[in-house]
Design a protein around this ligand. Sequence first.
Ligand code: SF4
Length: 353
Amino acid sequence: MKDARWWHTESDGRVLCTLCPRFCRIGDGQAGFCYIRKNIGGKLFSLGYGTSTGFAIDPIEKKPLNHFLPGSEILSFGTAGCNLGCRFCQNWSISKAKLDEAQSVNASPEDVVKLALKHKAPSIAFTYNDPVIWGEFVVDISRLAREQGLKNVMVTAGYITPEARPEVFRYIDAANVDLKAFTERFYRRLTFSHLDPVLDTLKWLKRETDLWFEITNLMIPGENDDPDETKRLASWVVENLGDSVPLHFTAFHPDFKLTDRAPTPAATLKRAREIAQSAGVKFCYVGNVHDREGQTTYCPACHRVLIRRSWHEIFENHLEGNRCPCGESIPGYFSLDPNSPQSPRPRLIWPLD
Ligand code: SF4
């Protein structure tokens, strides 16, 4: 438990949490919507600080990140709770759990960084539940990790206030942001949150930071897979973030409260990829299905294969530093040493979990 940041006391004595756009007003002894920020005696505390619901060494492609240190391993962990209420949550056993229900273990920022170094993972991912709600822990770990030469990755829904963003993302090197749909109706009904703050975070990442980010859209049959919605989403990305932000369309499987839907057909993802490409997105991928073509990075200039993947494994990598052999510069961070002309060697990856 740690003193929380990003809050103040209201005139009625309750605490107002200003970390995420939910702006919970929290009475003494109560916790916010996310379960892990609690008012104790008129002060807000972060209960998730210094805890983990488990660690894994994942391939970085699992986050998913396809243009950031491809083929590398990443120490991944999360805490408990979440600031969204997604009815289709694919990680609900921890996102909907309170800390004591999620069988958390204690882990200081020093412990987390030591674990990454011990396993020779070049980066750490804050993931599994949304790291925004344990922003204080993210800041302390990521600062320490950077001092040790490690990279930091956030996997987030981007539901965070303008006030908290600069601090929480300060030492982050890369992020994958869930853009869950492109309608307010979906966000309100199925996530109990709102679309605009997420779009605002994406524009802020582009405008105010130099961290690398990619976007994931989990496609749920009948909810957010309408071709017109996909076209509007992709066009917004190109217009507001540029044509070089990788966009991942991933398959849903029935889970938590949304068990009356079928898994996303591979054909839906393939169609979404084609729509996004037509809208101008240069790097578009599909995930959670077998689709070699949809998981391959192609050079937008000469169209040759640059990185061939299958699920989270890399089979070919023809990049020379950040360049295609034809000379085209490919956006992203493809080598730990930004000055190195060498691309990482392709290798098979076996996740530990
Ligand atoms: S971070 Fe948690 S407590 Fe704070 S506003 Fe969001 S849901 Fe509420």
